[in-house]
Design a protein around this ligand. Structure first.
Ligand code: DX5
Ligand code: ZN
Length: 218
């Protein structure tokens, strides 16, 4: 069984103590940091913009995984690329010209990710699969941390893993929402490469052990 990459989400950190939150991730054995960018339109809350990513870049050399839950994602790509994102993930549900946005992200030299909400089928992104570097399967309806994982969404991971093997595509498979020690078992079984964890990381007494648990390590 491959050991997944862990990406704690800063959404569950105390925003008044962000540097110590980032340091906690740096010391935890996690490889990525997940940034939940919400615009108050694609999803109800508003979180933060590119400046947050830029300032956080000074405090970590981990991989920055930016999750854009915004309308008109094409208007935001260059800002987050310049801010230091490594992966820029958008929702094709919010974009007509999704293939052009993948090209736009690649033009900045960054990795392109696509994410689908629970009600969106895999068939909706089939044409993008040859070009994506990351596919982020939402296992909750986006907008909030601390929700319960929707198990049926993990079937999409198995489908996309099979497609990747059949076609030789290069995307990583990530899951986001309701991931914890228990639900991570079925996420790993489905073939997940990357797991986002907000509450399970920042509410843990021992974040290092929490990361090991999510990886399926003792
Ligand atoms: C929700 C975000 C998630 C969220 C995960 O819309 O995209 O990244 O922060 O938080 P947990 O792990 O608490 O479900
Ligand atoms: Zn997210």
């Amino acid at each position: 069984m491959k050991i997944p990459i862990i990406a704690p989400s800063l959404l569950s950190a105390d925003f008044s103590q962000l540097v110590s939150g980032i340091e906690l991730i740096n010391q935890s054995g996690a490889e990525w940091i997940h940034f939940d960018v919400m615009d108050g339109s694609f999803v109800p809350p508003i979180t933060f913009g590119a400046k947050m990513v830029k300032d956080a870049r000074k405090h970590s050399s981990l991989i920055f995984d930016v999750h854009l839950m915004t309308e008109h994602p094409e208007t935001r790509i260059e800002d987050f690329a310049e801010a230091g994102a490594d992966y820029i993930t958008f929702h094709p549900e919010a974009a007509v010209h999704a293939h052009r946005i993948v090209q736009q992200i690649h033009k900045t030299g960054k990795k392109a990710g696509i994410s689908i909400v629970p009600s969106t089928p895999v068939s909706f992104i089939r044409e993008l699969c040859p070009f994506a570097d990351l596919i982020l399967i939402m296992t909750v309806n986006p907008g909030y941390g601390g929700q319960t994982l929707i198990r049926e969404c993990l079937d999409k991971v198995s489908l996309l893993r099979a497609l990747r093997e059949e076609k030789g595509y290069g995307y990583l498979l990530s899951v986001d929402g309701g991931i914890n020690k228990d639900t991570s078992v079925s996420a790993r079984d489905a073939g997940t490469d990357v797991m986002v964890a907000g509450t399970a990381f920042f509410s843990a007494e021992n974040p290092k052990q929490a990361v090991k648990n999510l990886k399926g390590l003792k």
